[in-house]
Design a protein around this ligand. Structure first.
Ligand SMILES: Cc1cc2nc3c(=O)[nH]c(=O)nc-3n(C[C@H](O)[C@H](O)[C@H](O)COP(=O)(O)OP(=O)(O)OC[C@H]3O[C@@H](n4cnc5c(N)ncnc54)[C@H](O)[C@@H]3O)c2cc1C
Length: 389
């Protein structure tokens, strides 16, 4: 019998790949089981923003540890993750100024290179931006974006180089449990056994939990992005920006394109099998309107394309990490639309949790899925409004 492993990871997105990399680096015999191909889910559609501004310290810490990987990818993982430094701006509404300052101070204590700047500084950094609706912004000079598919592929390649097995076109159909312990899975490619099974299935996370006899409040979040070709008068790549006043974020894509996503109007609870290849009616018009609010010269941009994707989401919009239900069953899911940039550190901490009994590098135990039945919701220390309305 060759299908016997120490750990089975369900899902070949960036989180399955990151966990595989960290476990394989510690000598664990594991297989990643993926129903389609690497990065076929949210990861392949992710906007790939790499920034450290969060209103929850634990997430800022995960983003900071991950940033060390993104900026030293060749040294730590090997291959490439496509990290591009653009500088990052977090723009907030005036009534969020105090939260912004408190969050930046907390991030500086962690060691993140970030500062509060005023509207005139934003204008100096980005003369083409309208700044009359903001007073302050957080500025991370070293942040930017990475290529999510490349990131997941190189994590997986590094895991395989350390002995991990990757099986694609392998749909997990059931999880077997005996005497309160998981023992293996049944799939479209046969049965696999392992004493530890990790649910890294993103928007399909709820279904995988049901296979283990768990009914958790995991849902789905649909999100769309638009790409425009900038006009000649905006030819230089710009900063990566989260723009709360316009409920939007944007970043350059390569030399000529700009990617735009909207923070509002992202449907919850749809089937993750929905059509994500096309944006819904009205999205492109809204995205063009919003980007022109911040950068009026974008009026002369040309539409390049638009599509969507599905991520898993939890009731408090923070991930669900750690053991739950039968012994040996772990969640590594529910990233609620912001999971890409923390993937290297989450994989590291999950590997510590599985192998050492507790996460060490960053204490991620607050993300335990037991919070759902305990009635506990995670909230940032200096919270902004919940973003995915
Ligand atoms: C459009 C969009 C833009 C985003 N932009 C950003 C961003 O800028 N920055 C950021 O940090 N985050 C962003 N996110 C969120 C981020 O991309 C996700 O949190 C992250 O990619 C989730 O990774 P994952 O590995 O958990 O899930 P996924 O990448 O969805 O991987 C899960 C995998 O599980 C597989 N699977 C499911 N069911 C089964 C089964 N039964 N058997 C076998 N395999 C199965 C799926 O095929 C899939 O490949 C964005 C998300 C979307 C959708």
């Amino acid at each position: 019998m060759t299908n016997i492993f120490d750990v089975l990871i369900i899902g070949g997105g960036v989180h399955g790949a990151s966990l595989a990399f960290h476990l394989a680096s510690r000598g664990v015999k594991l297989a990643v089981l993926e129903k389609r191909f690497i990065a076929a889910g949210a990861t392949g559609r992710s906007s790939g923003l790499v920034r450290m501004h969060y209103d929850l310290e634990a997430e800022a810490r995960l983003a900071h540890v991950s940033f060390g990987y993104f900026t030293d990818w060749r040294g730590r993982v090997g291959g490439d993750c496509g990290f591009t430094r653009t500088g990052f701006l977090q723009l907030v509404k005036r009534d969020q100024n105090e939260a912004l300052k408190a969050n930046v101070a907390a991030q500086q204590r962690i060691g993140i290179r970030t500062e509060v700047i005023v509207a005139e500084d934003v204008h100096r950094l980005a003369p083409e931006f309208t700044v009359d609706d903001i007073e302050f912004a957080a500025y991370e000079p070293d942040s930017g974006y990475a290529d999510p598919t490349l990131t997941a592929s190189s994590l997986l390649a590094a895991a395989r180089a350390r002995g991990a097995t990757f099986i694609q076109d392998c749909l997990v159909k059931g999880i077997s449990v005996a005497n309160g312990r998981v023992t293996g899975v049944s799939t479209s490619k046969g049965d696999f056994s392992a004493p530890i099974i990790v649910n890294a299935a993103g928007a399909w996370g709820k279904q995988i939990c049901q296979m283990a006899g768990l009914d958790l409040p995991l849902s789905t979040w649909r999100h769309e992005t638009m790409f425009v070709r900038r006009p000649p008068e905006l030819s230089a790549p710009h900063l990566t920006v989260i723009d709360f006043p316009n409920s939007m974020y944007f970043r350059p894509e390569g030399q000529e394109l700009t990617l735009v996503g909207l923070e509002d109007g992202n449907p919850l609870g749809e089937s993750p099998e929905g059509d994500a290849d096309h944006a819904r009616p009205g999205f492109v018009e809204a995205a063009i309107e919003r980007i022109c609010e911040r950068i009026p010269k974008m009026e002369n941009a040309h539409l390049h394309g638009a599509h969507g994707g599905y991520d898993g989401i939890t009731p408090d919009q923070h991930p669900a990490l750690g053991p739950i239900g039968p012994d040996g069953f772990f969640l590594d899911t529910g990233f609620s639309g912001t999971g890409f940039k923390i993937a290297p550190a989450v994989g590291l901490c999950m590997a510590e949790w599985i192998l050492d009994g507790a996460p060490g590098t960053v204490d991620i135990s607050l993300f335990s899925p037991s919070r759902f039945s305990d009635g506990r919701q995670i909230q940032g220390e200096y919270p902004y409004e919940s973003i995915w309305r």
